[in-house]
Design a protein around this ligand. Sequence first.
Ligand code: HEM
Ligand code: HEM
Length: 192
Amino acid sequence: MTRPREPGATRSRYSGGAIAFHWAIALLIIANIALALVTDDWHGPARSIAIQIHKATGLTILVLSVARLAWRLAHRPPPFPAGIRRWEAVAARAAHCSFYALMIVLPMSGWLMVSASANRKPLSWYWLFDLPYLPVQGDKAIGGFAHETHEILGYTLIALVVLHVAAALKHHYGDRTRLIARMWPGQVAASR
Ligand code: HEM
Ligand code: HEM
């Protein structure tokens, strides 16, 4: 059975829903990586506030990513532009699948890491309300594994974002498929 095309998607562009999900999650991920890296060598209350914001933003990304994956599984995206080579389409598909996996497993590893701490403080969502921890308090093996995983997957995600943006720019300007228009809000014409 073929899935319906996304509502609002044309042959050459993603729908408004897919575009909103893409840019909301992309901006939150870039901000959250920057926050973690820039404040890495900070100490005291400033680092503690930065980590609180990082955790709340990471869990927000997790919820949005699960919703986005459910949406994506139910809606067919527009086909790749005609000029794309076969290996490029395979690489793009692999990168997109890896993004969906990382957007869920990376925040899960962070959640597991902080849940395994012996002396947990409330896991607050921007100081508005508390979120639950996973039931692994004090488990050092899980905590250590989750910490390693979070770090390795964090750097993997950074590398994938760099590749993704380079590929998008190459196709937009290099071979003039105007690829970015397919994922850009507003009525920008994309090539077919
Ligand atoms: C997609 C969402 C997330 C991204 C992209 C992300 C990315 C990162 C990165 C790049 C680092 C620095 C790695 C290092 O140098 O050690 C980091 C550290 C950290 N993350 Fe995340 N993270 C996300 C979600 C979460 C979540 C949901 C939590 C917890 C609820 C969390 C908790 C932490 C903590 C506590 C650290 C500091 C670890 C340390 O000081 O060694 N992260 N994160
Ligand atoms: C953390 C940052 C980002 C993440 C996680 C991300 C993730 C994704 C994913 C998962 C898709 C596949 C959509 C689908 O078919 O379901 C996609 C498509 C796309 N992204 Fe990103 N993206 C990010 C940043 C960017 C940036 C900064 C640009 C602009 C240069 C960009 C341009 C595009 C374009 C043009 C497409 C459509 C590709 C096509 O037509 O097949 N993305 N992105």
